[in-house]
Design a protein around this ligand. Structure first.
Ligand SMILES: [Zn+2]
Length: 284
């Protein structure tokens, strides 16, 4: 793109290291691409919302990046983004910390009816559910130490997305929860594809999620596909963007066939629609 290449020609570093967040308006549920204009041989350290930021160098864009985000249930108000850049040679450390205002996002409210066993699971399922909680904690604590994705993320199915992310839901009129993914109206048997390259770190049936595939994209970023009728990948397998991972279905806690697709960074669930809109071409 002409405008993008023109932008990269502007010597941003002339004013010294700087920090840019995209999207610029930060909302609960937003993924955020944090760009630091600092030399390639600088050492960056950062922390935001209680999570360490892992920066990587982009040779194409000649800048440092971290992909982060604010949980859908994250507190609105002022947060403190702490970034230090230590420059080689001079040895000086520059404090690039700043306040980031987190705005309220306006998500919808809805009510759902599911099988009672998913609102109050039968006692005989509790050991299974506890074991699955422990398994997921282990999986989400062991992300690859470098980014595994490349370029823009793509939708996992050719099916209509819904604006269901962030919806505050009651299940059978009693249990309230926030919907932490995006539902696609995909009939059972629709091919589900990897939204970007990464490693399959979980591929098995779970109580609530049904047949579930978790892809680690590195540095704490994951995409999660739920309720599949079939899983076509195995744990440990490398997948590339668009590679088939299974078929959509209606397994687990569902009201009918659809694909639930979630984006997670560290402990935060992010709006998949916003990740799909993000321009990551040439970032890596
Ligand atoms: Zn869903």
């Amino acid at each position: 793109m002409v405008s993008a290449s023109f932008a990269t020609m502007i010597p941003a570093r002339a004013q010294g290291p700087s920090v840019t967040l995209t999207p610029a308006v930060v909302e609960a549920g937003s993924p955020e691409l944090i760009r630091v204009d600092a030399p390639a041989d600088a050492t960056l350290e950062g922390e935001w919302l209680g999570q360490k930021l892992a920066f990587f160098w982009s040779p194409d864009r000649q800048a440092w990046y971290a992909l982060a985000g604010v949980d859908v249930e994250g507190a609105v108000g002022t947060s403190s983004l702490r970034i230090n850049a230590t420059l080689k040679g001079t040895g000086g450390t520059i404090d690039l910390s700043r306040s980031i205002e987190i705005h309220e996002a306006h998500y919808r409210t809805g009510a759902l009816t599911v099988s009672p066993k998913f609102v109050e699971p039968p006692p005989e399922e509790s050991a299974r559910i506890q074991a699955e909680i422990a398994l997921k904690q282990k999986v989400f604590a062991a992300s690859a130490p470098e980014p595994l994705w490349s370029g823009d993320f793509r939708a996992p199915v050719h099916a209509a997305p819904t604006d269901s992310f962030g919806t505050r839901r009651t299940f059978n009129g009693q249990l309230a929860s926030v919907h932490k993914g995006m539902d696609f109206r995909a009939p059972t048997g629709t091919v589900v594809r990897a939204g970007n390259s990464g490693v399959v770190v979980l591929a098995r049936p779970l109580y609530y999620e049904g047949n579930c595939v978790v892809i680690d994209h590195g540095l704490g970023l994951y995409t999660i596909s739920m309720h599949l009728s079939r899983i076509d990948v195995r744990e440990g397998q490398h997948v590339s963007l668009g590679e088939r991972i299974g078929l959509s279905g209606a397994t687990g806690r569902v009201t009918g066939p659809h694909l639930h697709w979630a984006v997670r960074w560290q402990n935060a669930y992010l709006d998949p629609a916003k990740l799909l809109q993000m321009d990551l071409d040439s970032v890596r």
